[in-house]
Design a protein around this ligand. Structure first.
Ligand code: DX5
Ligand code: ZN
Length: 216
């Protein structure tokens, strides 16, 4: 089953609550937490996440693009996160952090940047439910998908299949009506989309069209 996760990053920051409420049929609501260090941009903090959890029907999917994520994961869980993606590049002790997230009761994803090899997740597959492959460089919405990242999705899916592991592969960045089918063909089953959903005047309609294109 394909899961759709619209990203609030592309919504009007002055109307985030309305945007969160505008996509009740999403499987997850993706929230991009940026700290101005791991990536240059600065976005959502725990109080805002908590406020949004009251307006959103879908569970909150937090993508932490922050340094030292171990310092704040608990705060984000308390704020209402149901899934948390941490970057392999940012976590000094990734395995331990994933164990902590597991004990906090949230779904866990390991995120990897375009230049990070798929092997970066190989030894933590038993401690996560999903792998998030960045299909653009993290920091901003509205960029074009980097084609080589889909080769990485293929490699990861082949590795998972050969080991008999059932894990979600999330793709994030540049997913739209033009690219979504290729991402699914490569092996992705969870699709994050910001501008393709909230850049449109009708987010719910745009989400439904994207889902139909993904399901082919
Ligand atoms: C980028 C974020 C993405 C972003 C995707 O750093 O991780 O979630 O919102 O935006 P689009 O879909 O516009 O590329
Ligand atoms: Zn994201």
């Amino acid at each position: 089953m394909i899961w759709m996760a619209p990203s609030l990053l592309a919504a009007d920051p002055a109307h985030l609550g309305d945007a969160a409420a505008a996509v009740p049929d999403a499987d997850w609501l993706h929230i991009d937490v940026m700290d101005g260090h791991f990536v240059p941009n600065l976005t959502f903090g725990p109080p805002l996440v908590q406020a949004l959890s009251r307006r959103a029907r879908p569970p909150l999917d937090l993508h932490l693009m922050i340094e030292a994520p171990e310092r704040s994961v608990e705060q984000y869980v308390r704020a209402g996160a149901r899934r948390i993606a941490v970057h392999a590049e940012a976590a000094g002790h990734l395995h331990r952090l994933l164990q902590t997230l597991g004990s906090l009761g949230v779904e866990r994803a390991v995120a990897i940047n375009p230049a990070t090899p798929p092997e970066a997740v190989e030894w933590v597959l038993d401690e996560c439910e999903a792998i998030l492959v960045m299909t653009v460089n993290p920091g901003w919405g509205g960029q074009r998908l980097i084609p080589s990242t889909l080769r990485k999705v293929e490699r990861l899916r082949a590795t998972l299949d050969s080991r008999g592991l059932d894990r979600r592969i999330v793709v994030d960045g540049g997913i739209d009506l033009e690219t979504v089918a290729a991402a699914v063909r490569a092996g992705a089953d969870t699709l994050v989309a910001g501008s393709a959903v909230f850049g449109s005047g009708d987010p719910a309609g745009a989400l439904a069209r994207l889902r139909a294109a993904a399901e082919g």
